[in-house]
Design a protein around this ligand. Structure first.
Ligand SMILES: [Ca+2]
Length: 199
């Protein structure tokens, strides 16, 4: 497994893929490590023995994909601004999200590794052409809470101001999978004219 990872790191993608393919059918003692490896390498996750016949998730139109991330943190609280304090630290080491993009969500573990009972923060700058009230679509495995322009969001109706808006999410994982979905909609459709920047 580590050889595949090393090959991938060195840019030998084809050799890494071939090694992963042989590992796929190999009788391994640690499927969880294999799954973790696939995530780290930004590959599609194949987990032997796990039911995969579930219907695929519908793509989310307007899914926001420009994010920076910090984490993991031990804290899983989200009921007040205090719970977001690591995201407001001047020395927070924000990193761009570069992996784990799915049509309906973003895999946190593809970016910061596999962890349980923890949280991470993601942030994006939303530029709106006008002041407007929109719907925040926010889903997470397992929990998420949003802070928009320094205020904790209650419910799913939010006011965007004209120009730049700072959106920070706390995405919380209890066990195993750790993914989130975030979009702005109006009458069920992506809000027109919004742009997003990870900065
Ligand atoms: Ca989970």
């Amino acid at each position: 497994m580590m050889a595949a990872w090393a090959m991938d790191r060195m840019g030998h993608t084809k050799i890494a893929d071939a090694t992963l393919e042989t590992l796929k059918n190999h009788k391994r003692s640690d499927n969880r490590l294999y799954e973790c490896l696939l995530r780290w390498m930004g590959r599609k996750v194949f987990v032997p023995g796990v039911q995969t016949s579930r219907s695929p998730r519908k793509p989310v139109a307007g899914l926001i994909t420009k994010w920076k991330i910090i984490g993991p943190f031990d804290d899983k609280t989200s009921n007040n601004l205090e719970a977001f304090s690591p995201a407001f630290r001047k020395d927070a080491g924000w990193m761009p999200i570069t992996k784990g993009f799915e049509p309906s969500r973003i895999d946190v573990q593809a970016n910061i590794g596999e962890h349980d009972d923890c949280s991470a923060f993601v942030r994006t700058t939303v530029t709106s052409p006008a002041k407007q009230t929109v719907t925040l679509v926010l889903q997470c495995d397992d929990l998420a809470r949003a802070v928009l322009n320094g205020r904790l969001v209650e419910g799913n109706r939010v006011d965007l101001k004209r120009g730049e808006n700072e959106l920070i999410l706390k995405v919380i994982d209890h066990k195993k999978g750790w993914r989130f979905t975030c979009a702005f909609t109006k009458q069920g459709k992506p809000v027109k004219g919004l742009s997003f920047e990870a900065n």
